[in-house]
Write a protein that binds this ligand. Structure first.
Ligand code: UGA
Length: 435
């Protein structure tokens, strides 16, 4: 099938490439020439496992090309996926859907009758219905649908190729059938297809992220209780998660969630619920957000205690800058926020990350960066473990001991092996774990 994918960020680019890979003819559209030019030459602006190879292969197959022109897109296909950003409103909590609105307004006069515009961006419930009315005012014979995206950064390609579910909120049976046809290879591989109304489909996306964020904040709230009671949240999480009704996933305690999705999605959901007059029903999401942000201050407070009450003149080595392991994304990164806060209090902070140093440097030029762990920790009075990259679990505490000033490490991700560090003479402190 012929289709366009408008917006070439994480979601759009991966979707475009994967759609071309399963046999569709795809034009990826972005108004940003600086993104399109490298993509046309097969260079991806984002780091995702498998993406570069797939991009090269699909470009070579002739089934994928890129364009900066919506008119070109409208001439090429009758099916258009909209994958533009819906960030947090500047100075507010609601989602800023202006980019989505702009795509509809720009595309509406160009599309052929019978076109289908499918939203993949995360939007407040009710947006698709509103966009449908907006589209039909200009293009009466076209329609909208919503098909939320559930991919995780770091697994974008594999999640898109082998999704657990495809959720479609369509206004007509015809639109539903078009989406079934598009995703047929995924459905054959076992993805479950949910066809529902647009409002329900929009809510499936935000409810999923809200639930996962709640699960993380729940275990972090337990970590706070563990700290007060002298209990161990790591064992607690393990034992609680063993109940198959609860499960281990997203029960990893520590510094909490960041990134471009969970924080803004739960705020936007709370704001939208208030608009709908049901703010009280999900008021707990505000607490989920607060618990999450509190882990950052708890980490800074604990770090300050560990260096004797003040950061002035102290050297701190930071392990991790990305918002999570397996990603080079530093948007709303808890690690960088903690590193910055400590620097503002007078510490000299040197940050290591296996993938995210370039992005970190752009966003936080005031911090110092190091290409390897020993360099980041040279002369450190304290080492902070802030992003749970698997390679940090393999650090030799003995070797690191030879470069630091003081053998103190704060494991704010609760993934380091306390015994190994302690037997090498380190004091390992962690959130929610007894000393
Ligand atoms: C999340 C969802 O998992 C995707 O399903 C969704 O499509 C995406 O948001 C989105 O809305 O676009 P992502 O932000 O890539 O994906 O990252 P996750 O792997 O879900 O992790 C989110 C944050 O939670 C990270 O900061 C991670 O470190 C943190 N986390 C995760 C924990 O603190 N503890 C856990 O146990 C799990």
């Amino acid at each position: 099938m012929r289709m366009t994918v408008i917006g070439t960020g994480y979601v759009g680019l991966v979707h475009a490439v994967c759609m071309a890979d399963i046999g569709h003819e795809v034009v990826g559209v972005d108004t940003d020439e600086a993104r399109i030019a490298p993509l046309t030459e097969g260079r991806s602006p984002i780091h995702e496992p498998g993406l570069d190879e797939l991009l090269t292969r699909t470009l070579a197959s002739g089934r994928l090309r890129f364009s900066t022109s919506l008119a070109d897109a409208a001439r090429f296909a009758d099916v258009h996926f909209v994958c533009v950003g819906t960030p947090q409103m500047p100075g507010g909590e609601a989602a800023d859907v202006r980019q989505v609105d702009a795509v509809i307004d720009d595309l509406a006069p160009l599309v052929r009758p019978g076109s289908l515009i499918i939203g993949k961006s995360t939007v407040p419930v009710g947006t698709t219905a509103r966009l449908g009315a907006r589209l039909r005012a200009v293009a009466p014979h076209s329609e909208v649908a919503v098909n939320p995206e559930f991919l995780r950064e770091g697994f974008a390609v594999s999640d898109t190729r082998r999704p657990e579910r495809i959720v479609v909120g369509a206004e007509s049976r015809r639109a539903e059938m078009v989406l079934r046809e598009i995703y047929e290879p995924m459905l054959i591989s076992g993805a479950r297809f949910f066809s529902t109304d647009p409002a329900t489909a929009e809510l499936v996306k935000v409810a999923s992220n809200a639930f996962l964020a709640t699960k993380i904040s729940f275990i972090n709230a337990m970590a706070e209780v563990c700290d007060a009671a002298g209990a161990d949240v790591v064992t607690l999480a393990d034992a609680v998660g063993q109940d198959s009704r609860i499960g281990h996933r997203f029960l990893q305690p520590g510094l909490g969630f960041g990134g471009s999705c969970f924080p803004k999605d739960i705020r936007a959901f709370a704001a939208r619920a208030e608009e709908l007059g049901v703010g009280e029903a999900i008021a707990f999401l505000r607490q989920v957000d607060e618990i999450n942000l509190r882990q950052r201050t708890r980490t800074v407070d604990l770090a300050r205690d560990l260096v004797g009450g003040s950061f002035t003149g102290r050297h701190v080595g930071v392990l991790g800058a990305a918002f999570k392991p397996g990603s080079d994304d530093v948007r709303d990164s808890p690690a960088l926020e903690v590193a910055s806060a400590i620097r503002r209090e007078g510490a000299e902070v040197r940050v290591h990350d296996p993938e995210a140093l370039d992005n970190a440097r752009r966003g936080f030029p005031e911090l110092q960066y190091a290409f390897d762990v020993p360099k980041a920790c040279e002369d450190a009075d304290l080492v902070l473990h802030l992003t749970a990259w698997p390679e940090y679990r393999d650090i030799s505490p003995d070797r690191l001991a030879s470069v630091v000033r003081s053998r103190k490490i704060l494991d704010a991700r609760d993934t380091l092996d306390a015994t190994t560090w302690q037997s090498a003479g380190w004091t390992l402190s962690a959130l929610g774990r007894p000393p």
